[in-house]
Design a protein around this ligand. Sequence first.
Ligand SMILES: CC(C)(COP(=O)(O)OP(=O)(O)OC[C@H]1O[C@@H](n2cnc3c(N)ncnc32)[C@H](O)[C@@H]1OP(=O)(O)O)[C@@H](O)C(=O)NCCC(=O)NCCS
Length: 131
Amino acid sequence: MIDTPCQMPDLTPVLKVIPMPSDANQYGDVFGGWTMAQIDLAGAVLAHKATRGRVATVAVNTMQFHQPVSVGDIVSFFAEVERRGNSSITIKVQMYAERHPANPVTVKVTEASITYVALNPDASKRQIPAA
Ligand SMILES: CC(C)(COP(=O)(O)OP(=O)(O)OC[C@H]1O[C@@H](n2cnc3c(N)ncnc32)[C@H](O)[C@@H]1OP(=O)(O)O)[C@@H](O)C(=O)NCCC(=O)NCCS
């Protein structure tokens, strides 16, 4: 597949990671389940901060895989609040890969919208605090 170069958002990433060979599928590309787990973690970082406490993922609203991720890519995750509800918060996560260090290129690989519910220590839902 031909890389489509792009710029990363002008934001601080919530997470940066390099996939390892153990994260690849039988074809050598990074396994989609690994990508989904990292996206969920990245969204949870912002959801946790924005709601000031425990959260649980309640829905993956959308998830688009634009380009494959390769072992050794430097993968950055950017998160933004899409919607604040009463007990829920929806986070948009964008995932970019920097690859080919000798001839660097940045590509947008995946994006998702995930809803988290703010929880009390006993796992009941709670009102999210004002922004
Ligand atoms: C999260 C949980 C406590 C919510 O329980 P509940 O009392 O039935 O919650 P509600 O139906 O009132 O929904 C709570 C909020 O989530 C939102 N929500 C629930 N289902 C949703 C869905 N499918 N999509 C988007 N938002 C959803 C509701 O709109 C509500 O938001 P609001 O308070 O901002 O209006 C419960 O569903 C739960 O424990 N789920 C499992 C979570 C989990 O284990 N996640 C990890 C998965 S591996």
